[in-house]
Design a protein around this ligand. Sequence first.
Ligand SMILES: Nc1ncnc2c1ncn2[C@@H]1O[C@H](COP(=O)(O)OP(=O)(O)O)[C@@H](O)[C@H]1O
Ligand SMILES: [Mg+2]
Length: 301
Amino acid sequence: MRVERVLGAAPVEEVQQLTVRAFAGQDVLTPPSGALSERAQTIAADFAESGGVLLRSNDGPLVGACRVRRLGLSWVVRRCAVDPAYRGQGLGRRLVEEVHAWAADEGAVRTHIGVRDALPASRAFWEQLGYWPLIGHGFWTELVRPLTLELRGAEATVALGGRLATELRAGDLLVLSGPLGAGKTALAQGIGAGLDVQGRVTSPTFVLARVHRGRLPLVHVDAYRLRDAGGRLELDDLDLDASLPDSVTVVEWGEGLVEGLTDSRLDVQLQRPSEDARTVTVTPVGARWSVFTSPPGDHRT
Ligand SMILES: Nc1ncnc2c1ncn2[C@@H]1O[C@H](COP(=O)(O)OP(=O)(O)O)[C@@H](O)[C@H]1O
Ligand SMILES: [Mg+2]
């Protein structure tokens, strides 16, 4: 098998035939899957705009295809199709893992998929690949999978903060967790830089919380000292619920303390596998992080 990332010209007819073969069993769905009626032109446009991953057997024919849609730090995985004659060989997993690797290479931090509630086997496939439900949309559910990224050097942590800042809006909450020295403050510095805030973002260990004015106000909290039993009262004193709607709130050591502030958040988990590298997983929680505006099948997000 050969797996190939394609952005631009694609073998549209082969993809169309494969997709129809793979989705043929889904004509019983209500509403029916749009995969069965899409035009070649749409497929060509998908590959030209965002791309896809193709899987070919060694003797030539296309046996698997997935398309992606790039929405900033979120990629949507779409129209994953494996030739029915080749099922049960792990090819779907192979395709999707290539999508994950590609998304990570291009700076995405998560991938999303929409799955019909009427297709529990499909749901199980995605859950085995690390996806879990973000939000229900009626007859289908949006699943999300955070990509675990490697950050080599402090600049990479700061740069990730800058990328995250591009998608942040007022009301967003980020809960940073990880051991001492994992890079939580470095990430907050990157977010601050991305929001063009005033003043140096430093470890607010003595002040607990600092507000930096910027494109959006950044409320930067270090809850380390609040983690003992009496901490909750002190946390209340910070009035984060009052500042939250108009700010970006970033809380170091906030795990288990601040999740109740809002329905949606990003849980950012940093690990320190070695002195000169870190890993990070950014897990979205809640409707705020949904990327779909229309259902899968016909979903143009
Ligand atoms: N990806 C990385 N690779 C190597 N060192 C890093 C990385 N990210 C941050 N650091 C360094 O780790 C140290 C601790 O970072 P800091 O942000 O203060 O951690 P925390 O706030 O989690 O305690 C700093 O010297 C920082 O420059
Ligand atoms: Mg810190």
